[in-house]
Design a protein around this ligand. Structure first.
Ligand code: 3SL
Length: 241
């Protein structure tokens, strides 16, 4: 039986060998929710980079470019980190470079994995189906916040484990912790996450609607996967309006 485990923050990734595994990277608020949304709305490819300087270089080379630090869009870029910015037909077929505080760091840290897929509540059932169709040992990597654990990514990990636990072995404590959190959270994710650190950070930026959207389930039927450093789409796009 294949196994499923959870790395609660990229700071712990050195303890989890990723070679040969499928890594599901998750940054619910908001990087992987944004990537899922952009891919579903027809962006051709997303190039995640760690630094603002790398992102700027790609912008200068003609890419659309998104840069976020501490929740805020950085000056001189086309996008920040709101999923709503990507619900436009103008992005179809374009290439996007992106750097975010934690999400892109988590993706870049997983590069030794056999496969990297982008998870969010927005595409959780598609991720589950993809994993069942392409079985492998799974590591869910929570992006966290600047090396610390966060509740929203751990909650997602628990929700995905709940969907997969009949088919995978989950005998490591990271997976058990995430699953317990999910089971204890109840149905109202917004209420459960209300006191968490990133809620408070984002609330100061007045982006409640981003938070609510990122907690919706199965809005999109896409599975963004990383191929040769680029995130591309597997699945169905939102039709052109
Ligand atoms: O840390 C990240 O990668 C971002 O998703 C953080 S924020 O939601 O844009 O604040």
């Amino acid at each position: 039986m294949y196994s499923i485990d959870v790395c609660l923050t990229p700071e712990l990734l050195h303890l989890y060998p990723v070679e040969g595994k499928t890594v599901v990277v998750v940054d619910i608020l908001r990087a992987t929710s944004v990537m899922t949304t952009a891919i579903a709305h027809g962006i051709k490819e997303i190039i995640p980079v760690k630094t603002i300087a790398e992102c700027k270089d790609l912008k200068d080379a003609g890419y659309l470019a998104a840069a976020e630090r501490n929740g805020e869009m950085q000056e001189g870029f086309d996008f920040g980190n709101s999923p709503f910015s990507y619900m436009v037909d103008e992005i179809r077929g374009k290439s996007l470079a992106i750097t975010t505080t934690n999400g892109t760091v988590a993706i870049k840290s997983s590069e030794e994995a056999a496969e990297i897929i982008i998870g969010s509540f927005l595409n959780i059932s598609s991720v589950k189906n993809y994993i069942l169709d392409n079985p492998n040992d799974i590591l869910i990597l929570c992006a966290g916040w600047k090396g610390r654990v966060n509740l929203e990514d751990t909650l997602f990990a628990g929700a995905l484990i709940e969907m997969l636990r009949d088919d995978f072995e989950l005998n490591h404590d990271g997976a058990l912790i995430a699953h317990s959190i999910y089971i204890n959270a109840g149905d109202d994710k917004l209420k459960f996450l209300h006191g968490c650190s990133h809620f408070k950070r984002l609330a100061k930026l007045n982006i409640q609607k981003d938070i609510e959207f990122c907690l919706e389930h199965d809005v999109y039927d896409v599975v963004p996967i990383v191929k040769e450093g680029k995130i591309i789409e597997v699945g169905e796009l939102v039709p052109i309006k």
